[in-house]
Design a protein around this ligand. Structure first.
Ligand SMILES: [Zn+2]
Length: 455
Protein backbone atom coordinates (compact mmCIF):
# COMPACT_ATOMS: atom_id res chain seq x y z
CA UNK A 1 0.00 0.00 0.00
CA UNK A 2 1.34 3.46 -0.72
CA UNK A 3 1.42 5.70 2.32
CA UNK A 4 0.80 9.43 2.44
CA UNK A 5 2.90 9.86 5.55
CA UNK A 6 5.21 7.88 7.80
CA UNK A 7 6.06 9.16 11.27
CA UNK A 8 9.33 7.51 12.23
CA UNK A 9 10.85 6.61 15.54
CA UNK A 10 8.45 8.06 18.11
CA UNK A 11 7.62 6.24 21.31
CA UNK A 12 4.01 5.35 20.52
CA UNK A 13 1.66 5.48 23.52
CA UNK A 14 -1.35 3.21 23.66
CA UNK A 15 -0.71 1.17 20.54
CA UNK A 16 0.29 -1.96 22.41
CA UNK A 17 3.67 -1.82 20.69
CA UNK A 18 6.41 -0.86 23.14
CA UNK A 19 9.45 1.19 22.21
CA UNK A 20 10.08 3.34 19.18
CA UNK A 21 7.94 2.43 16.20
CA UNK A 22 6.74 3.95 12.95
CA UNK A 23 3.19 4.95 12.13
CA UNK A 24 1.97 4.93 8.54
CA UNK A 25 -0.92 7.08 7.38
CA UNK A 26 -3.01 6.68 4.22
CA UNK A 27 -6.22 8.49 3.27
CA UNK A 28 -6.46 10.12 6.68
CA UNK A 29 -6.40 6.82 8.53
CA UNK A 30 -3.72 4.98 10.45
CA UNK A 31 -2.60 2.34 7.97
CA UNK A 32 0.11 0.57 9.95
CA UNK A 33 2.01 0.66 13.22
CA UNK A 34 5.30 -1.18 13.53
CA UNK A 35 9.06 -1.04 13.55
CA UNK A 36 10.78 0.36 10.48
CA UNK A 37 7.81 0.46 8.14
CA UNK A 38 8.77 0.21 4.49
CA UNK A 39 7.88 3.04 2.13
CA UNK A 40 7.15 4.49 -0.20
CA UNK A 41 5.53 7.45 1.55
CA UNK A 42 4.85 10.87 0.13
CA UNK A 43 6.08 12.47 3.37
CA UNK A 44 8.32 11.26 6.18
CA UNK A 45 8.54 12.82 9.63
CA UNK A 46 11.47 12.10 11.91
CA UNK A 47 9.96 11.88 15.39
CA UNK A 48 12.92 10.41 17.27
CA UNK A 49 12.95 11.71 20.82
CA UNK A 50 9.21 12.42 20.79
CA UNK A 51 6.15 10.62 22.14
CA UNK A 52 3.18 9.95 19.90
CA UNK A 53 -0.23 9.90 21.60
CA UNK A 54 -3.78 9.63 20.30
CA UNK A 55 -5.15 13.14 19.80
CA UNK A 56 -7.02 14.50 22.80
CA UNK A 57 -10.81 14.35 22.54
CA UNK A 58 -11.93 17.16 24.85
CA UNK A 59 -15.42 16.24 26.01
CA UNK A 60 -16.29 19.68 27.40
CA UNK A 61 -15.66 23.04 25.73
CA UNK A 62 -17.69 26.23 25.30
CA UNK A 63 -16.91 28.15 22.11
CA UNK A 64 -19.85 30.57 22.25
CA UNK A 65 -20.59 30.65 18.51
CA UNK A 66 -22.98 31.70 17.08
CA UNK A 67 -24.05 34.75 19.04
CA UNK A 68 -21.15 35.29 21.40
CA UNK A 69 -18.17 34.63 19.16
CA UNK A 70 -16.56 37.73 20.64
CA UNK A 71 -15.97 35.52 23.71
CA UNK A 72 -14.18 32.81 21.70
CA UNK A 73 -15.63 31.20 18.52
CA UNK A 74 -14.70 28.02 16.65
CA UNK A 75 -11.72 29.70 14.96
CA UNK A 76 -9.70 30.65 18.04
CA UNK A 77 -11.16 27.87 20.18
CA UNK A 78 -10.06 25.12 17.83
CA UNK A 79 -6.69 26.80 17.22
CA UNK A 80 -6.16 26.48 20.97
CA UNK A 81 -7.27 22.84 20.91
CA UNK A 82 -4.87 22.05 18.06
CA UNK A 83 -2.00 23.82 19.82
CA UNK A 84 -2.77 21.76 22.93
CA UNK A 85 -2.77 18.40 21.15
CA UNK A 86 -6.53 17.99 20.78
CA UNK A 87 -7.90 16.66 17.52
CA UNK A 88 -11.58 16.62 18.45
CA UNK A 89 -13.86 18.15 21.04
CA UNK A 90 -17.48 18.11 22.13
CA UNK A 91 -19.02 21.54 22.39
CA UNK A 92 -21.59 22.51 24.99
CA UNK A 93 -25.08 23.78 24.11
CA UNK A 94 -24.90 26.96 26.13
CA UNK A 95 -23.06 30.26 25.90
CA UNK A 96 -23.75 30.33 22.17
CA UNK A 97 -26.87 32.24 21.17
CA UNK A 98 -29.22 30.68 20.32
CA UNK A 99 -28.37 27.84 22.69
CA UNK A 100 -28.41 24.39 21.08
CA UNK A 101 -31.88 23.40 22.28
CA UNK A 102 -33.62 23.04 18.89
CA UNK A 103 -32.79 21.46 15.55
CA UNK A 104 -32.56 24.89 13.91
CA UNK A 105 -30.02 26.05 16.51
CA UNK A 106 -27.99 22.89 15.91
CA UNK A 107 -27.97 23.60 12.15
CA UNK A 108 -26.77 27.15 12.75
CA UNK A 109 -23.95 25.99 15.00
CA UNK A 110 -23.02 23.28 12.54
CA UNK A 111 -22.55 25.90 9.81
CA UNK A 112 -20.25 27.88 12.12
CA UNK A 113 -18.05 24.93 12.98
CA UNK A 114 -17.79 23.69 9.41
CA UNK A 115 -16.59 27.16 8.43
CA UNK A 116 -14.13 27.79 11.22
CA UNK A 117 -12.97 24.66 13.07
CA UNK A 118 -9.42 23.32 12.73
CA UNK A 119 -10.28 20.07 14.56
CA UNK A 120 -13.30 17.78 14.44
CA UNK A 121 -16.25 18.74 16.63
CA UNK A 122 -19.23 16.95 18.08
CA UNK A 123 -22.10 18.83 19.73
CA UNK A 124 -24.06 18.45 22.95
CA UNK A 125 -27.72 19.37 22.78
CA UNK A 126 -29.39 21.15 25.69
CA UNK A 127 -32.12 19.93 28.04
CA UNK A 128 -34.07 22.89 29.45
CA UNK A 129 -37.58 23.32 30.90
CA UNK A 130 -40.12 23.11 28.09
CA UNK A 131 -37.54 21.61 25.74
CA UNK A 132 -38.17 17.88 25.98
CA UNK A 133 -40.06 17.72 22.67
CA UNK A 134 -36.99 19.09 20.87
CA UNK A 135 -34.71 16.27 22.06
CA UNK A 136 -35.86 14.04 19.18
CA UNK A 137 -34.85 16.53 16.47
CA UNK A 138 -31.52 17.13 18.20
CA UNK A 139 -30.90 13.38 18.33
CA UNK A 140 -31.80 13.04 14.66
CA UNK A 141 -29.16 15.64 13.80
CA UNK A 142 -26.45 13.82 15.73
CA UNK A 143 -25.89 15.32 19.19
CA UNK A 144 -23.81 13.11 21.48
CA UNK A 145 -26.27 13.66 24.33
CA UNK A 146 -28.08 16.33 26.32
CA UNK A 147 -26.62 18.72 28.89
CA UNK A 148 -28.66 20.06 31.79
CA UNK A 149 -27.91 22.44 34.63
CA UNK A 150 -29.13 21.54 38.11
CA UNK A 151 -28.28 25.11 39.25
CA UNK A 152 -28.31 28.47 37.48
CA UNK A 153 -26.08 28.42 34.40
CA UNK A 154 -25.24 32.11 34.56
CA UNK A 155 -26.82 32.53 31.10
CA UNK A 156 -30.47 33.61 30.97
CA UNK A 157 -31.25 31.75 27.73
CA UNK A 158 -30.21 28.41 29.24
CA UNK A 159 -32.35 27.93 32.36
CA UNK A 160 -31.70 25.21 34.90
CA UNK A 161 -33.86 22.09 35.06
CA UNK A 162 -36.27 21.26 37.85
CA UNK A 163 -36.30 17.61 38.96
CA UNK A 164 -39.38 16.79 36.86
CA UNK A 165 -37.81 18.18 33.67
CA UNK A 166 -34.60 16.31 34.41
CA UNK A 167 -36.45 13.05 35.07
CA UNK A 168 -38.70 13.31 32.02
CA UNK A 169 -35.76 14.46 29.88
CA UNK A 170 -33.80 11.43 31.05
CA UNK A 171 -36.71 9.14 30.13
CA UNK A 172 -36.76 10.63 26.62
CA UNK A 173 -32.96 10.48 26.32
CA UNK A 174 -33.04 6.83 27.40
CA UNK A 175 -35.52 6.02 24.64
CA UNK A 176 -33.23 7.81 22.17
CA UNK A 177 -30.21 5.86 23.42
CA UNK A 178 -28.33 9.02 24.38
CA UNK A 179 -26.79 10.17 27.68
CA UNK A 180 -27.71 13.16 29.80
CA UNK A 181 -24.85 15.21 31.21
CA UNK A 182 -25.43 17.28 34.32
CA UNK A 183 -23.78 20.23 35.97
CA UNK A 184 -24.36 18.91 39.46
CA UNK A 185 -24.65 21.58 42.12
CA UNK A 186 -27.74 22.17 44.26
CA UNK A 187 -29.49 25.42 43.34
CA UNK A 188 -31.14 25.63 46.76
CA UNK A 189 -27.82 25.46 48.59
CA UNK A 190 -25.70 27.62 46.25
CA UNK A 191 -28.32 30.32 45.60
CA UNK A 192 -29.27 30.47 49.28
CA UNK A 193 -25.70 30.88 50.47
CA UNK A 194 -24.89 33.39 47.72
CA UNK A 195 -27.90 35.55 48.58
CA UNK A 196 -26.97 35.49 52.27
CA UNK A 197 -23.36 36.52 51.55
CA UNK A 198 -24.26 39.29 49.14
CA UNK A 199 -26.93 40.69 51.48
CA UNK A 200 -24.24 40.98 54.13
CA UNK A 201 -21.84 42.70 51.70
CA UNK A 202 -19.49 39.72 51.68
CA UNK A 203 -18.42 39.57 48.01
CA UNK A 204 -14.73 38.60 48.06
CA UNK A 205 -13.43 35.42 46.38
CA UNK A 206 -13.43 33.55 49.71
CA UNK A 207 -17.13 34.37 50.09
CA UNK A 208 -17.86 33.05 46.61
CA UNK A 209 -15.94 29.84 47.40
CA UNK A 210 -17.88 29.40 50.64
CA UNK A 211 -21.20 29.80 48.81
CA UNK A 212 -20.63 26.61 46.78
CA UNK A 213 -19.59 23.98 49.34
CA UNK A 214 -18.87 20.34 48.48
CA UNK A 215 -22.26 19.30 49.89
CA UNK A 216 -23.97 21.18 47.04
CA UNK A 217 -22.13 18.98 44.55
CA UNK A 218 -22.63 15.74 46.48
CA UNK A 219 -26.36 16.28 46.98
CA UNK A 220 -26.92 17.05 43.30
CA UNK A 221 -24.86 14.06 42.11
CA UNK A 222 -26.87 11.75 44.37
CA UNK A 223 -30.14 13.18 43.05
CA UNK A 224 -29.05 12.83 39.41
CA UNK A 225 -28.00 9.23 40.01
CA UNK A 226 -31.39 8.42 41.54
CA UNK A 227 -33.20 9.92 38.54
CA UNK A 228 -30.90 8.12 36.09
CA UNK A 229 -31.49 4.81 37.83
CA UNK A 230 -35.27 5.17 37.69
CA UNK A 231 -35.30 6.43 34.09
CA UNK A 232 -32.75 3.93 32.75
CA UNK A 233 -30.80 6.86 31.25
CA UNK A 234 -27.03 6.96 30.79
CA UNK A 235 -25.69 9.73 33.01
CA UNK A 236 -22.49 11.73 32.75
CA UNK A 237 -21.55 14.11 35.57
CA UNK A 238 -19.40 16.95 34.26
CA UNK A 239 -16.54 18.66 36.11
CA UNK A 240 -16.64 16.78 39.42
CA UNK A 241 -14.51 18.77 41.86
CA UNK A 242 -14.29 16.44 44.87
CA UNK A 243 -13.03 12.94 45.54
CA UNK A 244 -16.30 12.21 47.34
CA UNK A 245 -18.21 13.18 44.22
CA UNK A 246 -16.17 10.74 42.14
CA UNK A 247 -16.77 8.07 44.81
CA UNK A 248 -20.56 8.55 44.59
CA UNK A 249 -20.38 7.96 40.84
CA UNK A 250 -18.09 4.95 41.24
CA UNK A 251 -20.39 3.40 43.87
CA UNK A 252 -23.40 3.85 41.60
CA UNK A 253 -21.50 2.29 38.70
CA UNK A 254 -20.63 -0.66 40.90
CA UNK A 255 -24.38 -1.07 41.55
CA UNK A 256 -24.90 -1.38 37.80
CA UNK A 257 -26.04 2.16 37.03
CA UNK A 258 -24.75 3.54 33.73
CA UNK A 259 -22.96 6.63 35.03
CA UNK A 260 -19.60 8.23 34.28
CA UNK A 261 -17.90 11.45 35.29
CA UNK A 262 -15.10 13.79 34.38
CA UNK A 263 -12.90 16.18 36.27
CA UNK A 264 -10.93 19.11 34.86
CA UNK A 265 -7.28 20.13 34.99
CA UNK A 266 -8.08 23.06 37.28
CA UNK A 267 -9.55 20.76 39.95
CA UNK A 268 -6.39 18.66 39.76
CA UNK A 269 -3.76 21.38 39.94
CA UNK A 270 -5.31 24.53 41.48
CA UNK A 271 -6.68 25.10 44.98
CA UNK A 272 -8.94 27.51 46.85
CA UNK A 273 -5.79 29.38 47.85
CA UNK A 274 -4.92 29.85 44.18
CA UNK A 275 -8.39 31.27 43.63
CA UNK A 276 -7.84 33.85 46.37
CA UNK A 277 -4.39 34.67 45.02
CA UNK A 278 -5.25 34.81 41.33
CA UNK A 279 -8.75 36.27 41.60
CA UNK A 280 -11.49 35.98 39.01
CA UNK A 281 -9.27 34.42 36.32
CA UNK A 282 -9.55 31.30 38.50
CA UNK A 283 -13.27 31.65 39.21
CA UNK A 284 -15.30 28.62 38.18
CA UNK A 285 -18.27 26.56 39.38
CA UNK A 286 -17.98 24.25 41.19
CA UNK A 287 -15.20 26.36 42.70
CA UNK A 288 -11.59 25.42 43.35
CA UNK A 289 -11.23 23.30 46.46
CA UNK A 290 -8.65 22.74 49.23
CA UNK A 291 -5.47 20.92 48.20
CA UNK A 292 -6.60 17.59 49.69
CA UNK A 293 -9.20 17.40 46.93
CA UNK A 294 -6.47 17.68 44.26
CA UNK A 295 -4.83 14.61 45.67
CA UNK A 296 -8.04 12.63 46.06
CA UNK A 297 -8.81 13.32 42.38
CA UNK A 298 -5.31 12.25 41.31
CA UNK A 299 -5.76 9.06 43.34
CA UNK A 300 -9.09 8.38 41.65
CA UNK A 301 -7.46 8.84 38.25
CA UNK A 302 -4.67 6.47 39.22
CA UNK A 303 -7.01 3.74 40.51
CA UNK A 304 -9.37 4.02 37.55
CA UNK A 305 -12.48 5.22 39.40
CA UNK A 306 -12.23 8.59 37.61
CA UNK A 307 -12.33 7.74 33.91
CA UNK A 308 -12.20 11.09 32.11
CA UNK A 309 -10.56 14.51 32.16
CA UNK A 310 -12.05 17.35 30.11
CA UNK A 311 -11.11 21.01 30.07
CA UNK A 312 -14.49 22.75 30.59
CA UNK A 313 -12.90 25.54 28.56
CA UNK A 314 -15.22 28.45 29.41
CA UNK A 315 -13.76 31.68 28.02
CA UNK A 316 -14.88 35.27 28.42
CA UNK A 317 -13.60 38.73 27.54
CA UNK A 318 -11.34 40.02 30.28
CA UNK A 319 -13.78 42.80 31.16
CA UNK A 320 -16.21 40.12 32.38
CA UNK A 321 -13.56 38.79 34.76
CA UNK A 322 -12.52 42.11 36.25
CA UNK A 323 -15.41 42.86 38.63
CA UNK A 324 -14.58 43.69 42.24
CA UNK A 325 -17.56 41.60 43.34
CA UNK A 326 -16.51 37.95 42.92
CA UNK A 327 -20.15 36.90 42.58
CA UNK A 328 -20.64 39.31 39.65
CA UNK A 329 -17.56 38.21 37.65
CA UNK A 330 -17.98 35.58 34.91
CA UNK A 331 -17.29 32.07 36.18
CA UNK A 332 -15.29 29.93 33.79
CA UNK A 333 -11.67 29.00 33.19
CA UNK A 334 -9.88 29.04 29.84
CA UNK A 335 -8.00 25.76 29.71
CA UNK A 336 -8.43 23.69 26.56
CA UNK A 337 -4.95 24.49 25.24
CA UNK A 338 -3.10 23.44 28.38
CA UNK A 339 -4.95 20.28 29.46
CA UNK A 340 -2.59 17.70 27.98
CA UNK A 341 0.54 19.59 28.98
CA UNK A 342 -0.70 19.92 32.57
CA UNK A 343 -1.61 16.23 32.80
CA UNK A 344 1.74 15.16 31.36
CA UNK A 345 3.59 17.55 33.68
CA UNK A 346 1.67 17.02 36.91
CA UNK A 347 0.38 13.50 36.31
CA UNK A 348 3.20 11.68 34.54
CA UNK A 349 6.11 13.91 35.56
CA UNK A 350 5.29 14.78 39.17
CA UNK A 351 3.12 11.79 40.19
CA UNK A 352 4.37 8.96 38.03
CA UNK A 353 1.11 8.15 36.24
CA UNK A 354 1.49 6.06 33.09
CA UNK A 355 1.33 7.84 29.74
CA UNK A 356 -1.21 5.22 28.67
CA UNK A 357 -3.50 6.37 31.49
CA UNK A 358 -3.34 9.97 30.29
CA UNK A 359 -4.16 8.81 26.73
CA UNK A 360 -7.08 6.79 28.07
CA UNK A 361 -8.68 9.55 30.19
CA UNK A 362 -8.24 12.27 27.56
CA UNK A 363 -8.96 10.28 24.41
CA UNK A 364 -9.73 6.55 24.41
CA UNK A 365 -12.44 6.51 27.06
CA UNK A 366 -14.01 9.74 25.81
CA UNK A 367 -14.38 8.39 22.27
CA UNK A 368 -15.86 5.11 23.52
CA UNK A 369 -18.21 6.67 26.05
CA UNK A 370 -19.64 9.11 23.50
CA UNK A 371 -19.35 6.65 20.57
CA UNK A 372 -17.24 8.86 18.32
CA UNK A 373 -16.29 6.67 15.37
CA UNK A 374 -12.60 6.52 14.42
CA UNK A 375 -11.43 8.53 17.42
CA UNK A 376 -9.41 7.70 20.53
CA UNK A 377 -7.50 4.72 19.12
CA UNK A 378 -3.95 4.56 17.88
CA UNK A 379 -4.32 1.50 15.68
CA UNK A 380 -4.81 0.63 12.02
CA UNK A 381 -8.19 1.72 10.68
CA UNK A 382 -8.65 4.59 13.15
CA UNK A 383 -8.51 8.23 12.11
CA UNK A 384 -4.90 9.45 12.01
CA UNK A 385 -5.56 11.88 14.88
CA UNK A 386 -2.16 12.16 16.45
CA UNK A 387 -0.15 14.36 18.75
CA UNK A 388 3.62 14.45 18.96
CA UNK A 389 4.86 15.67 22.34
CA UNK A 390 8.28 16.42 23.75
CA UNK A 391 8.55 15.28 27.34
CA UNK A 392 11.05 16.82 29.73
CA UNK A 393 12.46 20.32 29.78
CA UNK A 394 10.74 23.20 31.48
CA UNK A 395 8.89 26.03 29.81
CA UNK A 396 7.00 28.77 31.54
CA UNK A 397 3.55 29.28 30.03
CA UNK A 398 3.07 32.87 28.92
CA UNK A 399 -0.08 34.61 27.72
CA UNK A 400 1.59 35.02 24.32
CA UNK A 401 1.55 31.20 23.94
CA UNK A 402 -2.25 31.10 24.17
CA UNK A 403 -4.36 30.90 21.02
CA UNK A 404 -7.54 31.97 22.81
CA UNK A 405 -9.37 35.09 21.63
CA UNK A 406 -8.79 36.45 25.13
CA UNK A 407 -5.44 35.05 26.23
CA UNK A 408 -5.99 34.85 29.96
CA UNK A 409 -5.69 31.69 32.02
CA UNK A 410 -4.92 30.83 35.62
CA UNK A 411 -2.12 28.60 34.29
CA UNK A 412 -0.07 31.49 32.88
CA UNK A 413 3.26 31.53 34.71
CA UNK A 414 3.27 27.78 35.42
CA UNK A 415 6.26 25.67 34.49
CA UNK A 416 5.35 22.87 32.09
CA UNK A 417 7.59 19.91 31.42
CA UNK A 418 5.82 18.74 28.28
CA UNK A 419 5.36 20.50 24.96
CA UNK A 420 3.08 19.76 21.99
CA UNK A 421 5.30 19.68 18.89
CA UNK A 422 2.79 18.69 16.22
CA UNK A 423 -0.91 17.83 15.96
CA UNK A 424 -2.47 15.95 13.05
CA UNK A 425 -6.19 15.59 12.34
CA UNK A 426 -7.03 12.74 9.95
CA UNK A 427 -3.41 12.73 8.81
CA UNK A 428 -3.21 16.44 8.11
CA UNK A 429 -0.95 18.66 10.20
CA UNK A 430 -2.98 21.38 11.90
CA UNK A 431 -0.28 22.57 14.32
CA UNK A 432 3.49 22.37 14.06
CA UNK A 433 6.40 24.18 15.71
CA UNK A 434 4.25 26.75 17.43
CA UNK A 435 2.10 27.59 14.40
CA UNK A 436 -1.41 26.71 13.26
CA UNK A 437 -1.52 25.21 9.78
CA UNK A 438 -4.71 26.01 7.83
CA UNK A 439 -7.13 26.13 6.27
CA UNK A 440 -9.73 25.01 8.83
CA UNK A 441 -11.03 21.57 7.83
CA UNK A 442 -12.76 20.30 10.96
CA UNK A 443 -15.85 18.18 10.51
CA UNK A 444 -18.99 17.53 12.49
CA UNK A 445 -18.73 14.23 14.37
CA UNK A 446 -21.88 12.32 15.15
CA UNK A 447 -22.12 9.28 17.41
CA UNK A 448 -22.35 5.90 15.80
CA UNK A 449 -25.64 4.11 16.03
CA UNK A 450 -24.77 1.26 18.39
CA UNK A 451 -25.92 1.53 21.97
CA UNK A 452 -23.63 3.37 24.34
CA UNK A 453 -20.87 1.37 25.88
CA UNK A 454 -21.36 1.06 29.60
CA UNK A 455 -18.68 2.85 31.58
ZN1 LIG B 1 -18.94 23.84 31.12
Amino acid sequence: MSLDLVIRGAVVVGSGTPGQVDVGVADGLIASVGPELAGPAAEELDAAGLHLLPGVVDAHVHFNEPGRADWEGFDTGTRALAAGGATAAIEMPLNAHPPTVTGAAFDEKRRCLERGAFVDMALWGGLVPGGIEALDELAARGVVGFKAFMCSSGIDDFPSVDDLTLYEGMCRAASLGLPVAVHAESEAITAGLAARARAAGRTAMRDFLASRPAVAELQAISRAIALAQESGCSLHVVHVSTGRGVALVAEARARGIDVSCETCPHYLVLTDQDAELLGNVAKCAPPLRPGEENESLWSALADGTLPMVASDHSPAPWAMKSAEDAFAAWGGISGCQTMLQLLLTEGCGARGLALELIAEVTSGYVARRFRLPGKGRLEPGADADLVLAKLGGSDELSAADLQYRHPHSPFVGRTLSARVVRTLVRGRTVFADGRIVGPPSGRLLTPNATRMESP
